[in-house]
Design a binder for this molecule. Structure first.
Ligand code: NAD
Length: 334
């Protein structure tokens, strides 16, 4: 059986990555669309062979409950809209994939998790790197202590989001935050799988080179983490600088992904010259197939709602540290 997915929000990520990815999946397929832009419907219907009855607006979305073609609703809207649509999808009895960041607060993450639990539906977060083979290899090298215990782990995630000052990503009411919620979650994920443990505290600082452009959301944030084993971590995330790297400095060498979360090829190298490169992949196809197999065969949910909530707890602690002038904030994570 192949599960039917409905994409909610037909913006650049759905259009450029998820739709094409769903042409490569084996265990799920694009069965429906939900959009606030009726002019987009004809091209999607034609490209993906979607019948009229599987095309919804935001207003009639809840009637998706009666549609047997749709098993999974995938919410790909601005961050502040995730919770509303994920909760409505769960109430309609559909399994849910929620894009990253899972929501704009821990309270919203809890509301999504509870709605999915009440409806007895599965919940996944769009963390595509959790299904990506080079990333798995990086994690395995750390787990098997190929180069010994990681002592220092660092991750950078960012890009330059200039050009359109009115984009929703710079608007706190729609994005919930700036670089941290957009790209910082990748860096947080990166140091956690580089350390292979959860941080016990964080300190953080915010910087801006252009406060007039980045006037509503964070431009650049750095944060430092302590882990119980003694490992130390740091991240830098920015909406005004490129960053795409995860580095683990271990007892007897180092491991680096120098393309760590961009689309396409994820690659890296190690201190003894080993190359990490699993070739071009549709990370999105792998991610959606993994989620479908979780539903169909009980395979592990590689990016569950609890992981999205965990990262939001860390983001809130980072903002709290910044608000308190860089104070160390203790974390209790599971
Ligand atoms: P986008 O701006 O290209 O698309 C957003 C979509 O939401 C558009 O179709 C737009 O019409 C719709 N929308 C509905 N109400 C809106 C409103 N009030 N303001 C603005 N747009 C509104 O954004 P995107 O890049 O597709 O991002 C969507 C989500 O996907 C975000 O949560 C983002 O973090 C996530 N994303 C994840 C990845 C990833 O690698 N996992 C990559 C890109 C985006």
């Amino acid at each position: 059986k192949s599960l039917g997915i409905a994409l909610v929000g037909l913006g650049s990520y759905s259009n450029g990555q998820l739709g094409p990815g769903l042409l490569k999946t084996k265990h799920c397929h694009l069965a429906g669309i939900v959009t606030g832009s009726p002019e987009k419907v004809p091209q999607w219907k034609e490209k993906y062979n979607i019948p009229d009855k599987n095309c919804y607006s935001y207003e009639d979305f809840d009637t998706i409950e009666d549609n047997k073609d749709i098993d999974i609703v995938y919410v790909v809207l601005p961050n502040a809209m995730h919770a509303d649509f994920c909760i409505r999808a769960a109430k309609a009895g559909k399994h849910v994939i929620c894009e990253k960041p899972m929501a704009v607060s821990v309270a919203e993450c809890d509301a999504i998790i509870n709605a999915c639990a009440d409806a007895n539906v599965a919940l996944g977060v769009g963390y595509r790197m959790q299904s990506e083979p080079s990333t798995d290899r990086f994690k395995e090298m750390i787990a098997t202590r190929k180069y010994g215990k990681p002592h220092v782990v660092t991750a950078d995630a960012g890009y330059v989001s200039r050009g359109n000052p009115d984009q929703w990503r710079l608007d706190k009411s729609l994005a919930g935050g700036g670089a941290l919620l957009n790209m910082g979650v990748y860096a947080i994920q990166g140091i956690i799988y580089a350390a292979q443990e959860l941080p016990i505290s964080v300190t953080a600082q915010e910087f801006s080179t252009d406060p007039s452009y980045y006037n509503d959301t964070d431009e650049t944030i750095t944060a430092q983490f302590k882990f119980a084993s003694g490992t130390v971590g740091s991240i830098i995330t920015s909406h005004n600088a490129k960053g795409d790297r995860i580095f683990a400095s271990c007892e007897n060498g180092w491991i680096e992904l120098d393309k760590a979360h961009s689309y396409g090829v994820i690659r890296g190298k190690t201190s003894d010259g080993t190359v990490i490169d699993s070739g071009p992949q549709s990370q999105q196809a792998l991610q959606m197939d993994d989620f479908a197999l979780h539903i169909l065969k009980g395979a592990v949910n590689k990016a569950p709602g609890s992981m999205g909530k965990r990262d939001m707890i860390i983001c809130e602690a980072i903002y709290e540290s910044i608000a308190q002038g860089g104070k160390e904030i203790m974390l209790t994570l599971s």
